[in-house]
Design a protein. Structure first.
Lengths: 313, 313, 313
């Protein structure tokens, strides 16, 4: 593509699904995120007077605090709720009404919801931009941008890498958004998961049209060649019953022994929180980048907020 | 009244009950609210350094966020709690002690409480101004100011209008504050509700001394002549039992058919959240003003905060 | 000690335990707190751009709001959570991971936790300073600084005073931190409590090495000579069973009769919330300083935040 000629404008745009973005747009977001690194330290008045509403129908302290910190570092302010059973919902209000209410209080809304499609619905009704903070089992675009930013920052590039996604690939919403995003690049993808936690067929067939995907890969066999090991938590609350959870919990655990044949420059990512799928002995190795990933989530969200609110182009 | 001669000073004043305000004072608050409209867009530093404590013993996301947004738009900041079972209460602390504690943290307190008289009690103990954010089944003065502001903004005046209050007139706290406020103006009032949800006798007799009130009005019959249709939610949590709730739920529902003979310039208000007492097909008609009402709640609260904190006269 | 020669630097320091501080350091904190008194009224931009994360695993509205108000009055901002069952914990995350996450969002963390040692553990993992907002049954250093500040402010000095601690000396975390702090000064200490709520032996033996301590003192007997009466709530939630609680509740209640022989310049302190261990008739006597104590908690926390964040030396 001829980069000079295409105009990108993120002002007022909803961030609902990673699938709404071209590679060129994603690269632009990552570029802007990089310019946010110094501002994350010094602070900025770029969004002074702007208000972000964080509407978290499903608890996620991590994502909520990341959005709030990003807003504060840009000079903006926050309102919102963090309880799944917040007042208006209990009183029977539907999402569309809540959005048409909150759009009066805030310049932008970050939404977390357990239902697929909630962010899309919100965006249809809202006069202010909606940022999807995680909905259903499929969409978590700001985490995917964070993951890509971390890969590019740590490896210097995204194209040409071999990436393994490991753990719960069925119920983990971050891996779906990430898989769609990676498929826009020149990536070789390996999927490693227990039988019952395999990635859904429709997702796989979509990305297989774009990049080489090895399903049901053997972790030990691929370990020597992969550049990025993306580990996910096996989410108890996504399981229909406790027995199924118990069976797979602990499987595919990453420890120093698992990593014996890993490349010296491989990086390990994890959307966090982790339970015990990465042993703490791995934390101090140079491979572990999951806490840096948290920092990167801030600059990525700073970029998205300033782009969507028109403070930057 | 001779407007030039009377001195009004809201600084340090508690906003406990709509009945504490003269028509002249209410008009002044609505005038100031109008001057807040541009500041609601641009923001202001009028209350920089000031802190609002929102003490919500009863959940109300809408009212809490409205107060917080108003404070932020004026450059102030917020602290508070939104959970009914907040820590100090659970430990057995009484309201007077909580107020004498929080007055040290904040310049002004917005209080929501399930008990009648809680705001009045708080005001007696507090060194900083108390704004009633809804107490018991009777008082919700900031909503009443919002309703009046919306009527004046949309109809150009309050005097001379025919207003119908419909739905739950017994347990809905907003209609009580609004009825008292309307009775200060030249209003003809119509009450429309199921038998078990009629407005309390003492409230009716008070306002009947001031304005004409038609009790138990027939909605279809009055529809062609009313200027303001004020619809309220039938609040499940106010009912002694589920059977009584089920009986009246859905009665008096407003839809396009109900509105067939309405005046073209009639406006429909609702304090929100609604459940299904207004059909969504009404939302896109020019009559529907309930989402604008939400916006108006912000400028009204901006006016109250800046008046009471002495930033404006 | 030769005050001019010793360099004190609080920047980046964790505030975990009162036992980590020398008398000289405590005096410096109290001096700085005094300089915060005018700023508590006017506000300041001293911490503009800085973010405090309040991580309250155990509910404490009072302490949380005090920290947040202190931060706002210095121009900083707040993020955090106030629910004991916050999202990441429910998902199985350990404290070390939460800290290594939140340190990316904030410049300083205030932690409240039910477990002994949680603040110490957090400090070991955190890149940003940790302030202990109350952990386990032992540590509540910011309350102890507040208590000392109140004593010095009201009595003009700390040395030479007779102090009585009354009520629940076993489960109340504030009395432990305070006892350790008082032992650094020339204090005569009296302990007054029911048999089952006596101060733990190890705490007593530590402070007995430094100052005279009268255990199991008789309140009526010592009343005429004590300068500071420090009353604590008998904390229901610390009791193994309700029967034991019922037995001691109401014992050692302070009312006007109890105070008949008190010195005219005696002061009564209480960390609040109180239930009924101080009768409300005492509130309006000049002896009652427990609400002033709340105000003092703000300036003390302002001092700690500005010292630890390096805005002041």
């Amino acid at each position: 593509m001829f980069s000079g000629a295409i105009q990108m404008n993120f002002m007022g745009r909803d961030i609902v699904s990673i699938e709404d973005f071209s590679q060129q747009e994603i690269n632009h977001i990552l570029d802007i995120a990089k310019t946010m690194e110094p501002l994350a330290k010094t602070g900025s008045d770029m969004l002074k007077g702007k208000i972000l509403a964080t509407l978290f129908y499903e608890p996620s302290t991590r994502t909520r605090l990341s959005f709030e910190a990003a807003m504060l570092k840009l000079g903006g302010a926050n309102i919102g709720f963090a309880e799944p059973d917040f007042a208006s919902v209990r009183k029977g209000e539907n999402l569309a009404d809540t959005i048409r209410t909150v759009e009066n209080y805030a310049d932008i809304i970050a939404l977390r919801h357990s239902l697929e499609g909630a962010a899309k619905l919100a965006a249809e009704f809202s006069k202010v931009p909606i940022i999807n903070g995680g909905t259903g089992a499929e969409e978590h675009p700001t985490q995917a941008f964070t993951d890509l930013y971390t890969i590019r920052k740590e490896k210097g590039r995204i194209d040409g890498l071999k990436v393994a996604l490991i753990g719960d690939l069925r119920y983990g919403r971050t891996v779906h958004s990430l898989a769609y995003a990676l498929a826009l690049y020149d990536i070789e993808l390996f999927l490693v998961s227990p039988e019952t936690l395999r990635m859904r067929k429709d997702v796989i067939s979509t990305i297989k049209n774009k990049i080489p995907v090895t399903e049901d890969a053997n972790l030990e066999a691929i370990m020597p060649k992969i550049d990025v090991l993306y580990v996910t938590r096996i989410q108890k609350e996504r399981f229909p019953d406790a027995t199924e959870y118990a069976k797979v919990k602990g499987a595919y655990k990453i420890d120093l022994k698992t990593l014996k044949n890993a490349r010296k420059d491989m990086i390990i990512l994890h959307p966090l929180p982790r339970v015990d799928e990465i042993a703490s002995e791995v934390d101090n190795t140079p491979l572990a980048k999951y806490f840096q990933q948290v920092h990167n989530g801030i600059v990525v969200r700073m970029a998205l907020l300033s782009l969507v609110l028109g403070a930057i182009k």
